[in-house]
Ligand binder design. Structure first.
Ligand SMILES: C[S@@+](CC[C@H](N)C(=O)[O-])C[C@H]1O[C@@H](n2cnc3c(N)ncnc32)[C@H](O)[C@@H]1O
Length: 430
């Protein structure tokens, strides 16, 4: 016999259960709708919502498939929303790095004001030894750095700017003839290509074709930094260099920051934690990043400051080299010859090494391999390996990467990270 009371109470229980689940589901849908509205209102990237806290670089990989959305938003930011440097909502993209040497100031004054008005860089990207070189600028914008360097590479050199934003390239291309005449060149030594820095091959750039790559406040805007570095590595010649300024964060950024459209556009949301750059560079095959300089980035915007909370940001300039495979990394003694234009007395290679003319300096194994295999090889006199002191305190196979936040503090307090001063100082030559 069937117990109907059981049936009724069982039925009620099932109904109650189903209703309960439906109520929860309805609540969830309401919450979701409210969240989506608030996200739309605050300008968050919906695609970045999956990015997990504490795994920013993995998030970059994870979000690579959403890259087109980020590209479109960044294009919109630099093509339509921001028209000149003063339209930026923070100081990230205009932070000064260090005093500008006279010969670079001269090159800058020759750049057309319509181009400099749309400058959004965060550092000074002028590597030494430029004459006659083939240079590529990743995310050239309106072309300020391209035109500044075009005078320094000279008529025999060439510089190509790549950018994805049509409006930026329009300004850059408009002034090619103006700058060619200003430099007194018979034909332009610059060109501008529309393309993505993650897809230089698609943009028609072949492997082993550039001596130097520069970039100024752009890599942080890419949804896939690994691809950017891989592409840079591919198009560089052996011994070539990636010399670039960018914004770095003091820690792994949470989703609230990485998913915010304005914070991303202002160069904070996509900023790598500096240690991730060291890891990525080595993964791709570059030498360990050499820190040139760093400066604090101030936000100076209450709304953005409150979103960023305690995270700190610096603008840092790094140099990464494509050292040929199997190059020995042995410390060595060398002397800078003083023949590089603009650096006749000393060559400030990075925050660790300043090479004064005629000083004999012992460098670590990695710097030795960089200087011996790059365009700097002919600028130094290298002493035979046997003359290197063994067990030296100051010339390990590889130096420990410098934290740019610590460098900023040291620079403020007048301290030094220099290996060519202090206990491991340069030896005066005979
Ligand atoms: C902050 S602005 C810097 C522009 C320029 N380097 C300067 O110093 O004025 C960033 C530029 O990078 C470009 N950009 C950002 N992400 C890019 C990508 N994935 N591929 C190509 N260009 C990109 C933008 O279109 C914009 O022109």
């Amino acid at each position: 016999m069937i117990d109907s009371s059981f049936d009724v109470s069982y039925g009620r229980t099932v109904c109650f259960g189903v209703n309960y689940i439906l109520n929860i589901f309805e609540g969830f849908l309401t919450e979701l709708a409210t969240w989506r509205k608030s996200v739309a209102k605050s300008g968050h990237f919906s695609v970045m919502a999956e990015c997990k806290k504490g795994t920013h670089s993995d998030c970059s990989k994870e979000c690579a498939s959403h890259g087109p959305k980020i590209h479109d938003d960044v294009k919109d930011y630099y093509g339509k929303r921001v028209k000149k440097s003063s339209d930026l909502k923070s100081n990230a993209c205009v932070a000064p790095a260090k005093p500008i040497p006279a010969f670079i100031r001269k090159a800058l004054t020759d750049v057309h004001p319509d181009v400099t008005d749309k400058y959004y860089g965060c550092g000074l990207v002028v590597p030494e030894c430029l004459e006659g070189r083939r240079v590529l600028d990743l995310g050239c914008g309106s072309g300020r750095d391209v035109y500044m360097l075009s005078t320094l590479v000279g008529e025999k050199g060439h510089i190509t700017g790549v950018d994805m934003t049509e409006e930026q390239l329009e300004v850059a291309r408009k002034y090619i003839e103006h700058h060619t005449q200003k430099c007194g060149f018979s034909k332009p030594n610059v060109d501008f290509i529309q393309g993505y820095i993650e897809g230089l091959e698609e943009a028609g750039l072949g492997e082993n074709s550039y001596d130097i790559i520069i970039s100024n406040c752009v890599v942080n805007l890419s949804p896939d930094k690994t691809r950017v570095l891989r592409e840079a590595f591919r198009v560089l010649k052996d011994g070539g260099e990636l010399y670039f300024s960018d914004i770095y964060s003091s820690g792994q950024l949470p989703r609230e920051i990485t998913s915010h459209k304005v914070l991303w556009g202002e160069c904070f949301g996509g900023a790598l934690c500096w240690e991730d750059l060291v890891r990525l560079a080595e993964e791709v095959g570059f030498s360990s990043p050499r820190l040139v300089t760093a400066s604090t980035v101030t936000v100076d915007n209450e709304e953005l400051e409150s979103l960023l909370g305690d995270y700190k940001f610096v603008s840092a300039t790094y140099r990464l080299f494509k050292i040929p495979k199997n190059t020995p990394k042995k410390s060595c003694l060398l002397t800078y010859d003083g023949n590089i234009t603009g650096f006749e007395k000393a060559l400030e290679f990075d925050c660790h090494y300043t090479f004064k003319v005629n000083d004999v300096v012992e460098v670590d194994g990695e710097v030795a391999s960089i200087l011996k295999t790059s365009r700097f090889a002919e600028e130094f006199t290298f002493q035979p390996d046997s003359q290197t002191s063994s067990g030296s305190c100051c010339a390990p196979a590889k130096a420990v990467p410098v934290n740019p936040f610590e460098l900023v503090q040291q620079m403020k307090s007048g301290g030094t990270t220099s290996a060519t001063e202090g206990c491991c100082g340069a030896r005066k030559s005979c």
